[in-house]
Design a protein around this ligand. Sequence first.
Ligand SMILES: [Zn+2]
Ligand SMILES: [Zn+2]
Length: 414
Amino acid sequence: MKIYTISPILPQARYQRCPQCDTLFSLPPVKSVQSAHCPRCNARIHNGRDWSMTRLCAIAITMLLLLPFSFTEPLMSVSLLGTTISASLMGGIMQMARQGDVITASMVAFCTIGTPVTLVASILYLWFGHRFGMNLRPVILMLRRLKEWVMLDIYLIGIAVASIKVKDYAALEPGPGLIAFITLTLLSLLMLIHLNEEELWQRYYPLPEANQPLASLRICLGCHFTGVPDSRGRCPRCHTPLRLRRRHSLQKSWAALIASIIFLIPANMLPISIIYLNGARQEDTILSGIMSLASGNVPVAAVVFIASILVPVTKVIVLLTVLISIHFNCEQGLKTRIRLLRVITWVGRWSMLDLFVISLTMSLVNRDQLLAFTMGPAAFYFGTAVILTILAVEWLDSRLLWDAHATGNAEYTD
Ligand SMILES: [Zn+2]
Ligand SMILES: [Zn+2]
């Protein structure tokens, strides 16, 4: 059920600023199953999904038990030239570190092993930490940022793409780790959907809400609390410094965007994968890899095309437009720009798909002299570019868009 907030003063209403456009509005009491949206930019202010800590903990423990199996047990195996080779998530990363380079392997490891493990550990920490009176603030703050880096769902699609790729060379069978991995992915999705940081803050660090529409009210981008800064200029709830606008937001966002554009050039020119077949070496760039995939299976080629080419390019173009529009205080198409920014924030992580596919294929197709698949130098550049674009969006303070729109010459230096 959606509630659109309205401005007349209501009994028990609390005042809140929108984290995306900074509008101050009154929010009537919202039930935990309802969601509330900003009246100006339609950003979601209150998430109607919330599960109890007990339920989240039960999921975390189940995930903890599944983790070792889904990471180390074979996800699938192939019979290649008389021998059976199996690939696991961990094996794929190790192979990537051995034959390719360690940095690209650690990018894959971070998104598929590092973040899910951190997610599980954080939930368990909250559960135990609360009992022993430990400081939970850094963990709840981190959870909001962690969400988009948990990429188990993308890896699952990667397994499907890799198996279709490998089918050309060998007969394929699902491995015992696959069920564990699918269950782990579903549980992680459930947890991410039902994990509500706002409710966590209210549960562990309850503070009185603002009941006067004061101009000095500021919203904290860390915990989304609207209040007056404490004596040290910090958010009273999570203790991060409360600034009018995020510091150096434009500079950082530009830097990440320009770097990602530079990295995207070698990522698309250099070979991303190299196949040795009976001693002959065949190199594939991202585009030629998609072309050869398209000759066999068009839908899968389309998925890889969207993830590896369409999404990164669109993301760069949208970010460029948004950043330039802020500099020139552009007023046209604000709603469209906001909408596009939200879409690219949501789809940006899917670009990692290609790296996951490469990591899996590398450990599956590996028969030394006869047939081998390894990654090319483009993989590193591509992975870095994707991570940089995610950071560029993360660092951009979307309130600057509204400032440029509203005043025409907004200058915020704080
Ligand atoms: Zn808003
Ligand atoms: Zn805060």
